[in-house]
Design a protein around this ligand. Sequence first.
Ligand code: 3PG
Length: 209
Amino acid sequence: MTDDIGHLVHAPAIVPVVTFDDAAGAPALATALVAGGITSIEVTLRTVAGLDAIAALRDRTDIVVGAGTVRSADDVHAAVAAGARFVVCPGLADEIVSAAADLAVPVLPGIATGSELLEAWSLGLHHVKLFPAETLGGLDAVRALAAPFPEMSFMPSGGVSARNAREYLSHPAVFAISGSWMVPSDAMRARDWALVEQLSRKAVQQVAT
Ligand code: 3PG
């Protein structure tokens, strides 16, 4: 099972979740994130621009580019063909995990319950996305789910923000956090890369030990 996402997503272990309306902004956005200290990015497939944005960033050596909102084996194939180095899903599906394994690409399925976590563990995975983290109870949900699965590492996502980022990352079972708070939709629309850089730098400083 390909599950080495921990090698791709490392300090500061903050993964901005970015949805592009226009892939033309991808290089400048990535540059702003990197300037703020970010080392990885999850580009969602929620818009048609997602795959083009991944392709526009595929040769960057300063940021690791993954695909988010991956919902099928076809999405896995398309994302990897575009250049995604990891894939993130809102839920857990065998066909997605298998497709990623076939392509030797790390996959991070979303889990929200003990049953889903058990299934991910049964599939040989050691890393999952906890989604939607705040709705599930935040750090209390991490604590409750991590207790019976000491082998599992979590990336809480959904409602993670400057307010709770440090708290999440302080838990030993949390290997990364992700979210859109560094790339607000207003800033994306206005191409306000200075604001993205500022929010990124603040996030990185907040979680620095
Ligand atoms: C997602 O997949 O949408 C992420 O979990 C981001 O959630 P957020 O917008 O609440 O940060």
